[in-house]
Design a protein around this ligand. Structure first.
Ligand SMILES: *Cc1c(COP(=O)(O)O)cnc(C)c1O
Length: 384
Protein backbone atom coordinates (compact mmCIF):
# COMPACT_ATOMS: atom_id res chain seq x y z
CA UNK A 1 0.00 0.00 0.00
CA UNK A 2 1.45 3.36 -0.93
CA UNK A 3 -0.86 6.19 0.13
CA UNK A 4 -1.82 4.87 3.52
CA UNK A 5 -3.61 7.87 4.87
CA UNK A 6 -6.39 7.70 2.32
CA UNK A 7 -7.67 4.46 3.93
CA UNK A 8 -9.63 3.75 7.10
CA UNK A 9 -8.27 2.07 10.22
CA UNK A 10 -9.02 -1.59 9.45
CA UNK A 11 -7.62 -1.32 5.93
CA UNK A 12 -4.46 0.31 7.26
CA UNK A 13 -4.18 -2.35 9.98
CA UNK A 14 -4.14 -5.10 7.35
CA UNK A 15 -2.04 -3.42 4.65
CA UNK A 16 -0.04 -0.37 5.77
CA UNK A 17 3.73 -0.63 5.59
CA UNK A 18 3.63 -3.78 3.47
CA UNK A 19 3.88 -4.71 -0.18
CA UNK A 20 4.14 -8.17 -1.70
CA UNK A 21 7.76 -9.26 -1.43
CA UNK A 22 9.63 -7.91 -4.46
CA UNK A 23 11.67 -11.07 -5.06
CA UNK A 24 8.94 -13.75 -4.78
CA UNK A 25 5.58 -11.98 -4.64
CA UNK A 26 4.92 -13.44 -1.15
CA UNK A 27 1.83 -11.64 0.15
CA UNK A 28 3.03 -11.76 3.75
CA UNK A 29 6.14 -9.82 4.67
CA UNK A 30 8.92 -12.41 5.04
CA UNK A 31 10.89 -12.83 8.25
CA UNK A 32 14.20 -11.46 6.99
CA UNK A 33 16.24 -13.60 9.34
CA UNK A 34 19.61 -12.08 8.51
CA UNK A 35 22.17 -10.00 10.35
CA UNK A 36 23.74 -8.46 7.25
CA UNK A 37 23.20 -7.76 3.54
CA UNK A 38 25.38 -8.28 0.46
CA UNK A 39 26.91 -5.13 -1.04
CA UNK A 40 27.76 -4.90 -4.74
CA UNK A 41 30.56 -2.46 -4.05
CA UNK A 42 31.56 -0.35 -1.10
CA UNK A 43 28.42 1.51 -0.07
CA UNK A 44 26.42 0.08 -3.02
CA UNK A 45 23.47 -1.84 -1.58
CA UNK A 46 19.69 -2.18 -1.59
CA UNK A 47 19.11 0.14 1.38
CA UNK A 48 20.16 -2.23 4.15
CA UNK A 49 23.68 -2.69 5.51
CA UNK A 50 23.44 -4.27 8.93
CA UNK A 51 20.35 -5.50 10.80
CA UNK A 52 20.84 -3.41 13.95
CA UNK A 53 20.40 -0.38 11.69
CA UNK A 54 17.56 -1.73 9.57
CA UNK A 55 15.71 -4.90 8.68
CA UNK A 56 12.86 -5.08 6.15
CA UNK A 57 10.53 -6.95 8.54
CA UNK A 58 11.10 -4.26 11.16
CA UNK A 59 10.62 -1.50 8.58
CA UNK A 60 7.25 -3.01 7.62
CA UNK A 61 6.15 -3.09 11.26
CA UNK A 62 7.30 0.48 11.86
CA UNK A 63 5.34 1.69 8.82
CA UNK A 64 2.28 -0.27 9.81
CA UNK A 65 1.95 1.03 13.37
CA UNK A 66 2.90 4.56 12.27
CA UNK A 67 -0.08 4.49 9.89
CA UNK A 68 -2.36 3.34 12.71
CA UNK A 69 -1.27 6.17 15.01
CA UNK A 70 -1.43 8.74 12.20
CA UNK A 71 2.35 9.25 12.47
CA UNK A 72 4.88 9.78 9.71
CA UNK A 73 7.44 7.46 11.33
CA UNK A 74 7.88 4.54 13.68
CA UNK A 75 10.92 3.15 15.48
CA UNK A 76 10.62 -0.34 16.96
CA UNK A 77 12.51 -1.51 20.03
CA UNK A 78 13.09 -4.79 21.83
CA UNK A 79 10.55 -4.03 24.58
CA UNK A 80 8.20 -1.33 25.77
CA UNK A 81 10.66 -0.12 28.37
CA UNK A 82 13.42 -0.02 25.72
CA UNK A 83 11.14 2.24 23.63
CA UNK A 84 10.54 4.52 26.63
CA UNK A 85 14.25 4.50 27.47
CA UNK A 86 15.15 5.49 23.90
CA UNK A 87 12.70 8.38 24.02
CA UNK A 88 14.26 9.69 27.24
CA UNK A 89 17.80 9.06 25.97
CA UNK A 90 17.20 11.80 23.43
CA UNK A 91 17.90 14.10 26.40
CA UNK A 92 21.18 14.93 28.17
CA UNK A 93 22.32 14.82 31.78
CA UNK A 94 20.72 17.66 33.73
CA UNK A 95 17.55 17.65 31.63
CA UNK A 96 14.25 17.21 33.42
CA UNK A 97 11.35 14.86 32.75
CA UNK A 98 7.87 15.19 34.20
CA UNK A 99 6.29 11.77 34.51
CA UNK A 100 2.80 10.78 35.60
CA UNK A 101 2.90 9.39 39.15
CA UNK A 102 0.82 6.33 38.28
CA UNK A 103 2.69 4.83 35.34
CA UNK A 104 3.65 1.24 34.61
CA UNK A 105 5.91 0.00 37.43
CA UNK A 106 8.76 -0.74 35.02
CA UNK A 107 8.71 2.85 33.74
CA UNK A 108 8.93 4.13 37.29
CA UNK A 109 11.85 1.74 38.01
CA UNK A 110 13.67 2.69 34.79
CA UNK A 111 13.48 6.38 35.66
CA UNK A 112 14.20 6.23 39.40
CA UNK A 113 16.71 3.40 39.51
CA UNK A 114 18.53 3.61 36.17
CA UNK A 115 18.26 6.94 34.38
CA UNK A 116 18.27 9.16 37.50
CA UNK A 117 21.72 7.66 38.29
CA UNK A 118 22.94 8.90 34.91
CA UNK A 119 22.01 12.49 35.68
CA UNK A 120 18.53 12.93 34.26
CA UNK A 121 16.02 14.48 36.64
CA UNK A 122 12.50 13.25 37.15
CA UNK A 123 9.42 14.66 38.82
CA UNK A 124 6.46 12.36 39.36
CA UNK A 125 3.16 14.20 39.41
CA UNK A 126 -0.51 13.32 39.35
CA UNK A 127 -1.26 14.36 35.77
CA UNK A 128 -5.04 13.96 36.18
CA UNK A 129 -4.84 17.64 37.10
CA UNK A 130 -3.00 19.39 34.20
CA UNK A 131 -2.07 22.29 36.46
CA UNK A 132 0.23 19.96 38.42
CA UNK A 133 2.23 19.46 35.22
CA UNK A 134 2.56 23.22 34.79
CA UNK A 135 3.63 23.57 38.44
CA UNK A 136 6.41 21.00 37.97
CA UNK A 137 7.96 22.66 34.89
CA UNK A 138 11.56 23.88 35.26
CA UNK A 139 13.78 25.58 32.72
CA UNK A 140 15.32 22.14 32.01
CA UNK A 141 12.02 20.31 31.36
CA UNK A 142 12.27 18.55 27.99
CA UNK A 143 9.76 15.71 28.18
CA UNK A 144 6.36 15.28 29.77
CA UNK A 145 5.44 11.59 29.79
CA UNK A 146 1.91 10.50 30.58
CA UNK A 147 0.12 7.21 30.49
CA UNK A 148 -3.62 7.43 29.87
CA UNK A 149 -5.51 5.43 31.01
CA UNK A 150 -2.98 4.47 33.65
CA UNK A 151 -1.93 1.03 34.74
CA UNK A 152 -3.69 -0.05 36.96
CA UNK A 153 -5.80 2.82 38.39
CA UNK A 154 -7.38 3.93 35.08
CA UNK A 155 -6.57 7.57 35.75
CA UNK A 156 -6.82 9.77 32.68
CA UNK A 157 -4.80 12.75 31.56
CA UNK A 158 -6.27 15.40 29.27
CA UNK A 159 -3.89 14.92 26.35
CA UNK A 160 -4.69 18.22 24.61
CA UNK A 161 -4.21 20.19 27.85
CA UNK A 162 -0.95 18.36 28.66
CA UNK A 163 0.35 19.03 25.12
CA UNK A 164 -0.31 22.73 25.49
CA UNK A 165 1.55 22.90 28.81
CA UNK A 166 4.47 20.85 27.47
CA UNK A 167 4.78 23.01 24.38
CA UNK A 168 4.68 26.22 26.38
CA UNK A 169 7.60 24.83 28.38
CA UNK A 170 9.48 23.92 25.19
CA UNK A 171 9.08 20.20 25.99
CA UNK A 172 7.71 17.22 24.11
CA UNK A 173 4.56 15.47 25.23
CA UNK A 174 5.02 11.70 25.06
CA UNK A 175 1.95 9.49 25.61
CA UNK A 176 2.13 5.83 26.53
CA UNK A 177 -0.86 4.59 24.52
CA UNK A 178 -0.47 0.91 25.43
CA UNK A 179 -3.85 0.58 27.17
CA UNK A 180 -6.09 2.41 24.70
CA UNK A 181 -4.24 1.55 21.46
CA UNK A 182 -4.61 3.78 18.39
CA UNK A 183 -7.94 2.08 17.72
CA UNK A 184 -9.50 3.94 20.67
CA UNK A 185 -7.20 6.95 21.19
CA UNK A 186 -4.96 9.00 18.88
CA UNK A 187 -2.64 11.13 21.03
CA UNK A 188 -0.77 12.68 18.08
CA UNK A 189 -4.02 14.13 16.74
CA UNK A 190 -4.57 15.69 20.19
CA UNK A 191 -1.17 17.40 20.16
CA UNK A 192 1.28 14.80 21.52
CA UNK A 193 4.74 14.74 19.92
CA UNK A 194 5.34 11.02 20.27
CA UNK A 195 3.43 7.89 21.26
CA UNK A 196 5.08 4.91 22.91
CA UNK A 197 3.71 1.38 23.15
CA UNK A 198 4.52 -1.84 24.79
CA UNK A 199 3.67 -3.87 21.68
CA UNK A 200 3.85 -6.88 24.00
CA UNK A 201 0.27 -5.98 24.91
CA UNK A 202 -2.67 -5.17 22.59
CA UNK A 203 -0.68 -4.40 19.42
CA UNK A 204 0.64 -7.94 19.28
CA UNK A 205 -2.30 -9.27 21.25
CA UNK A 206 -1.32 -12.92 21.52
CA UNK A 207 1.07 -12.92 24.50
CA UNK A 208 3.93 -14.41 22.52
CA UNK A 209 6.27 -11.44 22.01
CA UNK A 210 7.98 -8.72 24.07
CA UNK A 211 8.33 -5.53 22.04
CA UNK A 212 8.04 -1.74 21.99
CA UNK A 213 7.60 1.02 19.47
CA UNK A 214 7.65 4.83 19.25
CA UNK A 215 5.54 6.69 16.70
CA UNK A 216 6.06 10.33 15.76
CA UNK A 217 5.83 12.85 12.96
CA UNK A 218 8.63 15.00 14.44
CA UNK A 219 11.81 14.84 12.36
CA UNK A 220 14.12 15.62 15.27
CA UNK A 221 12.61 12.82 17.36
CA UNK A 222 12.74 10.21 14.60
CA UNK A 223 16.30 11.09 13.64
CA UNK A 224 17.33 10.77 17.27
CA UNK A 225 15.56 7.44 17.64
CA UNK A 226 17.08 6.01 14.46
CA UNK A 227 20.49 7.08 15.76
CA UNK A 228 19.74 5.29 19.05
CA UNK A 229 18.58 2.11 17.28
CA UNK A 230 21.95 2.11 15.54
CA UNK A 231 24.09 3.29 18.45
CA UNK A 232 22.46 1.72 21.51
CA UNK A 233 20.96 -1.25 19.70
CA UNK A 234 17.89 -2.28 21.71
CA UNK A 235 16.19 -3.41 18.51
CA UNK A 236 13.71 -6.28 18.04
CA UNK A 237 14.56 -9.32 15.95
CA UNK A 238 12.77 -10.00 12.66
CA UNK A 239 10.72 -12.90 14.03
CA UNK A 240 9.29 -10.72 16.80
CA UNK A 241 8.54 -7.92 14.32
CA UNK A 242 6.73 -10.39 12.10
CA UNK A 243 4.61 -11.65 14.98
CA UNK A 244 3.58 -8.13 15.99
CA UNK A 245 2.84 -7.33 12.34
CA UNK A 246 0.56 -10.33 12.23
CA UNK A 247 -1.08 -9.14 15.44
CA UNK A 248 -1.80 -5.61 14.23
CA UNK A 249 -3.75 -6.97 11.23
CA UNK A 250 -6.56 -7.90 13.64
CA UNK A 251 -6.17 -5.02 16.12
CA UNK A 252 -9.49 -3.40 15.19
CA UNK A 253 -11.38 -6.71 15.41
CA UNK A 254 -9.81 -7.68 18.73
CA UNK A 255 -10.28 -4.25 20.31
CA UNK A 256 -14.02 -4.26 19.49
CA UNK A 257 -14.31 -7.55 21.32
CA UNK A 258 -12.11 -6.54 24.30
CA UNK A 259 -14.25 -3.41 24.59
CA UNK A 260 -17.60 -5.23 24.35
CA UNK A 261 -16.50 -7.81 26.92
CA UNK A 262 -14.90 -5.13 29.11
CA UNK A 263 -18.11 -3.08 29.22
CA UNK A 264 -20.32 -6.08 30.01
CA UNK A 265 -18.02 -7.23 32.82
CA UNK A 266 -17.62 -3.72 34.24
CA UNK A 267 -21.39 -3.30 34.36
CA UNK A 268 -21.76 -6.66 36.05
CA UNK A 269 -19.03 -5.92 38.61
CA UNK A 270 -20.51 -2.52 39.36
CA UNK A 271 -23.69 -4.11 40.71
CA UNK A 272 -21.86 -6.85 42.56
CA UNK A 273 -21.93 -6.28 46.37
CA UNK A 274 -18.78 -8.38 46.86
CA UNK A 275 -16.78 -5.70 44.99
CA UNK A 276 -15.83 -2.63 47.01
CA UNK A 277 -14.93 -0.35 44.09
CA UNK A 278 -14.40 -0.60 40.35
CA UNK A 279 -12.07 1.40 38.10
CA UNK A 280 -13.08 1.47 34.43
CA UNK A 281 -13.15 4.64 32.33
CA UNK A 282 -16.17 3.39 30.39
CA UNK A 283 -18.49 3.56 33.41
CA UNK A 284 -20.46 6.80 33.92
CA UNK A 285 -19.43 6.59 37.60
CA UNK A 286 -15.72 6.93 36.69
CA UNK A 287 -14.72 10.43 37.90
CA UNK A 288 -13.16 11.23 34.52
CA UNK A 289 -15.79 9.60 32.31
CA UNK A 290 -16.50 12.88 30.48
CA UNK A 291 -12.83 13.19 29.53
CA UNK A 292 -12.77 9.52 28.52
CA UNK A 293 -15.65 10.13 26.12
CA UNK A 294 -13.95 13.25 24.79
CA UNK A 295 -10.58 11.74 23.93
CA UNK A 296 -11.31 8.02 23.52
CA UNK A 297 -13.70 6.19 21.23
CA UNK A 298 -13.80 3.01 23.33
CA UNK A 299 -12.53 1.80 26.70
CA UNK A 300 -11.09 -1.65 26.08
CA UNK A 301 -10.72 -4.58 28.41
CA UNK A 302 -8.69 -3.32 31.36
CA UNK A 303 -10.60 -3.20 34.65
CA UNK A 304 -9.34 -2.89 38.23
CA UNK A 305 -11.38 -3.73 41.30
CA UNK A 306 -10.90 -3.17 45.01
CA UNK A 307 -11.64 -6.16 47.22
CA UNK A 308 -10.59 -4.43 50.46
CA UNK A 309 -7.99 -6.93 51.74
CA UNK A 310 -5.07 -9.04 50.61
CA UNK A 311 -6.94 -12.17 51.81
CA UNK A 312 -10.01 -11.49 49.68
CA UNK A 313 -7.81 -10.56 46.69
CA UNK A 314 -5.84 -13.80 47.05
CA UNK A 315 -8.98 -15.91 47.37
CA UNK A 316 -10.29 -14.34 44.16
CA UNK A 317 -6.99 -14.80 42.27
CA UNK A 318 -6.90 -18.44 43.30
CA UNK A 319 -10.52 -19.06 42.43
CA UNK A 320 -10.69 -18.17 38.74
CA UNK A 321 -10.29 -20.87 36.10
CA UNK A 322 -10.39 -18.95 32.83
CA UNK A 323 -8.72 -15.76 34.09
CA UNK A 324 -5.12 -16.87 34.60
CA UNK A 325 -2.93 -15.33 37.29
CA UNK A 326 -0.09 -13.69 35.35
CA UNK A 327 1.71 -10.42 34.65
CA UNK A 328 1.00 -8.66 31.36
CA UNK A 329 -2.23 -7.79 29.58
CA UNK A 330 -3.81 -7.19 26.21
CA UNK A 331 -3.76 -10.75 24.88
CA UNK A 332 -6.73 -12.66 23.50
CA UNK A 333 -6.84 -14.67 26.75
CA UNK A 334 -8.12 -13.22 30.02
CA UNK A 335 -5.55 -12.59 32.74
CA UNK A 336 -5.81 -11.51 36.36
CA UNK A 337 -3.10 -9.93 38.49
CA UNK A 338 -2.26 -8.32 41.80
CA UNK A 339 -0.52 -4.99 40.96
CA UNK A 340 0.90 -4.30 44.45
CA UNK A 341 2.81 -7.61 44.50
CA UNK A 342 3.40 -7.99 40.76
CA UNK A 343 3.58 -5.20 38.14
CA UNK A 344 4.03 -2.39 40.67
CA UNK A 345 6.13 -4.14 43.33
CA UNK A 346 9.08 -1.89 42.40
CA UNK A 347 7.13 1.28 43.23
CA UNK A 348 7.80 2.50 46.80
CA UNK A 349 4.96 1.37 49.11
CA UNK A 350 3.91 4.89 50.18
CA UNK A 351 3.73 6.03 46.55
CA UNK A 352 1.80 2.91 45.66
CA UNK A 353 -0.75 3.40 48.38
CA UNK A 354 -1.05 7.12 47.68
CA UNK A 355 -2.28 6.29 44.18
CA UNK A 356 -4.67 3.56 45.32
CA UNK A 357 -2.62 0.44 44.57
CA UNK A 358 -3.65 -1.33 47.76
CA UNK A 359 -3.22 -4.95 48.78
CA UNK A 360 -6.88 -5.50 47.93
CA UNK A 361 -6.58 -4.24 44.35
CA UNK A 362 -6.95 -6.76 41.53
CA UNK A 363 -6.48 -6.01 37.84
CA UNK A 364 -8.33 -7.83 35.07
CA UNK A 365 -7.24 -7.98 31.44
CA UNK A 366 -10.45 -9.09 29.79
CA UNK A 367 -9.81 -11.26 26.76
CA UNK A 368 -11.99 -12.14 23.80
CA UNK A 369 -13.51 -15.36 25.13
CA UNK A 370 -17.31 -15.69 25.44
CA UNK A 371 -18.33 -13.09 27.97
CA UNK A 372 -20.89 -15.33 29.72
CA UNK A 373 -18.11 -17.79 30.53
CA UNK A 374 -15.96 -14.95 31.86
CA UNK A 375 -18.73 -13.60 34.08
CA UNK A 376 -19.46 -17.10 35.43
CA UNK A 377 -15.75 -17.50 36.16
CA UNK A 378 -15.60 -14.23 38.12
CA UNK A 379 -18.87 -14.97 39.91
CA UNK A 380 -17.57 -18.36 41.05
CA UNK A 381 -14.29 -16.90 42.30
CA UNK A 382 -15.42 -13.72 44.06
CA UNK A 383 -15.13 -14.30 47.82
CA UNK A 384 -18.20 -13.77 50.03
C1 LIG B 1 3.95 -3.46 29.87
C2 LIG B 1 3.96 -2.00 29.80
C3 LIG B 1 5.13 -1.30 29.52
C4 LIG B 1 6.47 -1.98 29.38
O1 LIG B 1 6.51 -2.77 28.23
P1 LIG B 1 7.42 -4.10 28.09
O2 LIG B 1 7.10 -4.52 26.70
O3 LIG B 1 6.95 -5.05 29.13
O4 LIG B 1 8.82 -3.68 28.27
C5 LIG B 1 5.06 0.08 29.40
N1 LIG B 1 3.90 0.73 29.55
C6 LIG B 1 2.73 0.09 29.83
C7 LIG B 1 1.48 0.87 29.99
C8 LIG B 1 2.73 -1.29 29.97
O5 LIG B 1 1.59 -1.92 30.28
Amino acid sequence: MTDENEYRFGTRAVHAGQQPDPTTGAIMTPIYQTSTYAQEGIGVHKGHEYARVSNPTRTALEGNVAALEGAAHGAAFASGVAAIEAMVKLLSAGDHVICGSNVYGGTDRLFRQVLARLGLEFSFVDTREPKRIADAVTDRTRIVLVETPTNPMMHLTDIAAAAEIAHQAGAWLVVDNTFATPYFQKPLALGADAVVHSSTKYLNGHSDVVGGIVLTSDDEIIEGLRFLQKSAGAVPGPMDCWLVLRGTKTLHVRMEMHDANGRRIAEWLQHEPRVEAIFYAGLPTHPQHALAKKQMTGFGGMISIELSSRERAEAFLRGTRIFTLAESLGGVESLISHPAAMTHAAVPKEDREAMGITDGLVRLSVGIEDVEDLIEDLDRALPK
